[in-house]
Design a protein around this ligand. Structure first.
Ligand SMILES: *[C@@H]1O[C@H](CO)[C@@H](O)[C@H](O)[C@H]1NC(C)=O
Ligand SMILES: *[C@@H]1O[C@H](CO)[C@@H](O)[C@H](O)[C@H]1NC(C)=O
Ligand SMILES: *[C@@H]1O[C@H](CO)[C@@H](O)[C@H](O)[C@H]1NC(C)=O
Ligand SMILES: *[C@@H]1O[C@H](CO)[C@@H](O)[C@H](O)[C@H]1NC(C)=O
Ligand SMILES: *[C@@H]1O[C@H](CO)[C@@H](O)[C@H](O)[C@H]1NC(C)=O
Ligand SMILES: *[C@@H]1O[C@H](CO)[C@@H](O)[C@H](O)[C@H]1NC(C)=O
Ligand SMILES: *[C@@H]1O[C@H](CO)[C@@H](O)[C@H](O)[C@H]1NC(C)=O
Ligand SMILES: *[C@@H]1O[C@H](CO)[C@@H](O)[C@H](O)[C@H]1NC(C)=O
Ligand SMILES: *[C@@H]1O[C@H](CO)[C@@H](O)[C@H](O)[C@H]1NC(C)=O
Ligand SMILES: *[C@@H]1O[C@H](CO)[C@@H](O)[C@H](O)[C@H]1NC(C)=O
Ligand SMILES: *[C@@H]1O[C@H](CO)[C@@H](O)[C@H](O)[C@H]1NC(C)=O
Ligand SMILES: *[C@@H]1O[C@H](CO)[C@@H](O)[C@H](O)[C@H]1NC(C)=O
Length: 463
């Protein structure tokens, strides 16, 4: 996970293009991440999986998983799970942008059975994991699934993690598909919801609270809950239900009503496909926020001193580290402001052997700047940079297949509760935190006009 983007050459491979053309975009958005900060803490040091530090408690139904999340430098959010019959847990990326569970074979899990003839290549927006399908008991928090289909990956590309827990619909599951939609091969969440006898339509949901950690370090915080909200955020249930849009989408995709920057409305209809609304996939497996180039420009262009750095590899906004705009996304008639800490990321690069400089880069970036192959996707991918500003409930309705509804089904929807709506406090937090980050660095921030555009671009596009 701390391994950064894949190289441009790989992105442009013919195979990838074929996959994208055929895959109906399922799982597309996962694992698009920023490179690590120079100061980042390396591999996660997670010795125990414990309850939230910051005092927010989940409500007391003991049958409910109220587990904290491992936050790897604000770039990946992981949970600890037990798989098979070994003694150790594995840490899995929580990925609402895909629907499969896989674990690296290097973890030497003891699984029930492994099918030698059911190999599958799980393909993501960037990267892949290949291996055989196996079945094993899986525990997530207090939930246990006696027999869960998963892939034991013997090879991965661009995915430097122990495994991924896909939190999407069965209809986007590549395992489910490979088995010919076998009922025993559904997703972990499908199994959990089906098996929870007391579950009703309205409790088929998960909620994610992604924390904002200090300085690229690995911390424990936030929460991943199943069929339960954190008590402080229970009012998420009263927020507008944003139906998954279009109705046959196999992703957690919702309509975006608008974006406001310093009081100016962005003309969002330019980003909407003919005859429909602009939409965004809400993807915890992507660290950035990938939008249209026009929206990215709209967000950063009026920041005093900001510079659009163009190079043959694309465009990146370089922003004075202590300047920001006030950006608000609108969904279902509600405003969801973005903490300026999530608009830019502090990165460093060497100008010569002895000097390292810091720059702040815009992370609400045109998708084509991250992956030319994905440049034409007709939706935004709002990853962790967006999700840290909201408490999110992903409601499955009574059909985890999605896309295959009968009109009587309760369709899937998303609800957001703003965590950044006290905009004055948020802005002060930005100034304080950012100043602290800069003062602790071994590099001094440079004026955007002095940034070397090709060095800066490579921070967003490759190792
Ligand atoms: C999986 O398939 C993709 C697309 O066809 C390919 O680029 C990739 O190399 C494959 N992954 C592995 C691990 O073989
Ligand atoms: C869940 O919350 C309850 C009560 O708040 C607490 O006793 C329990 O330890 C928590 N469990 C986990 C796995 O965090
Ligand atoms: C593995 O176990 C699952 C469920 O326990 C079963 O459905 C499947 O047929 C088994 N596969 C093999 C190859 O034995
Ligand atoms: C990994 O698994 C795939 C899919 O079953 C298989 O084709 C490949 O031979 C395996 N590779 C290794 C090195 O075991
Ligand atoms: C291992 O995973 C289980 C299931 O998520 C969890 O209840 C337990 O607390 C984890 N243990 C450790 C040491 O992380
Ligand atoms: C699996 O996906 C392929 C390609 O997207 C599709 O043609 C096939 O019908 C799917 N299989 C099942 C069983 O859904
Ligand atoms: C959803 O429906 C539209 C319009 O009917 C169609 O073009 C699109 O391919 C469908 N998407 C999926 C994932 O089935
Ligand atoms: C766009 O969204 C609005 C409100 O969210 C809704 O009333 C309208 O039907 C949507 N239009 C399309 C074409 O989906
Ligand atoms: C969902 O609920 C509706 C109404 O309660 C019911 O008619 C429908 O069959 C259910 N769908 C599934 C997939 O269970
Ligand atoms: C932010 O939203 C919460 C939850 O809706 C509300 O209680 C609080 O008053 C709001 N704060 C501001 C400053 O609007
Ligand atoms: C933020 O500060 C401005 C100016 O001090 C004030 O007018 C405004 O009411 C404040 N907003 C909130 C939500 O507190
Ligand atoms: C953004 O909002 C903060 C706090 O409300 C305010 O201090 C700042 O001047 C605003 N910035 C712009 C560019 O409007």
């Amino acid at each position: 996970m701390l391994r950064p983007f894949i190289t441009r050459r790989t992105i442009l491979s013919a195979n990838m293009r074929v996959f994208l053309a055929l895959s109906a975009l399922a799982g597309l958005a996962s694992a698009i991440r920023l490179p690590p900060q120079i100061r980042s803490a390396g591999r996660p040091h997670v010795v125990e999986f414990r309850v939230k530090r910051d005092g927010r408690k989940a409500s007391h139904n003991p049958a409910v998983f109220n587990g904290s999340i491992i936050n790897q430098g604000d770039q990946s959010y992981l949970t600890s799970a037990h798989i098979g019959s070994g003694t150790h847990n594995v840490t899995l990326v929580l990925d609402t942008g895909s629907s499969d569970l896989w674990v690296s074979d290097s973890r030497k899990l003891t699984v029930n059975n492994i099918s030698r003839d059911e190999g599958v290549n799980l393909t993501y927006g960037l990267g892949s994991a290949i291996g055989n399908i196996a079945y094993a008991p899986v525990s997530v928090g207090t939930y246990r699934i006696p027999s869960q289909a998963l892939v034991i990956a013997n090879d991965t590309e661009q995915l430097d993690v122990e495994g991924i827990l896909g939190l999407g619909f069965d209809s986007a599951s590549q395992i489910y598909n490979t088995t010919g939609n076998a009922s025993e091969a559904v997703t972990p969440l499908s199994n959990l919801f089906a098996q929870n006898a007391s579950a009703t339509n309205s409790s088929n949901f998960i909620a994610l609270d992604l924390s904002r950690g200090p300085d690229g370090e690995t911390t424990i915080g936030g929460a991943f809950t199943i069929s339960q909200y954190l008590s402080d955020y229970g009012s998420v249930a009263d927020q507008p239900q944003l139906p998954v849009t279009p109705a046959n989408s196999t992703n957690w995709s919702v309509a975006v009503d608008g974006v406001n920057v310093n009081g100016q409305s962005y003309n969002i209809s330019q980003d909407a496909p003919e005859g429909s609304n602009a939409t965004a996939v809400i993807d915890s497996g992507t660290s950035l926020a990938l939008v249209s180039s026009n929206l990215s420009d709209f967000i950063y262009q009026n920041i005093s001193g900001a510079r659009s750095c163009q190079s043959d590899q694309g465009q990146v906004w370089v922003v004075p580290c202590l300047n920001a705009s006030n950006v608000t996304f609108q969904f279902g008639g509600q405003q969801y402001p973005i903490n300026p800490l999530d608009l830019t990321t502090v990165q460093t690069y060497s100008v010569n052997q002895s000097t390292t400089v810091a720059v702040c880069l815009g992370v609400f970036t045109g998708v084509g700047n991250v992956s030319p192959t994905l440049a034409d996707i007709p939706f935004y991918i709002l990853g962790d940079s967006f999700m840290r500003n909201v408490y999110t409930s992903f409601n499955f309705g009574n059909n985890t297949l999605a896309g295959n509804f009968s009109s009587s089904d309760t369709g899937p929807s998303v609800q957001f509760l703003s965590k950044s709506n006290d905009t004055n406090a948020t802005y002060s937090e930005f100034l304080t935190q950012r100043q602290q980050t800069l003062s602790k660095m071994d590099a001094s921030p440079i004026d955007p006009s002095s940034a070397d555009c090709s060095s800066v671009q490579s921070l967003l596009s490759k190792a």
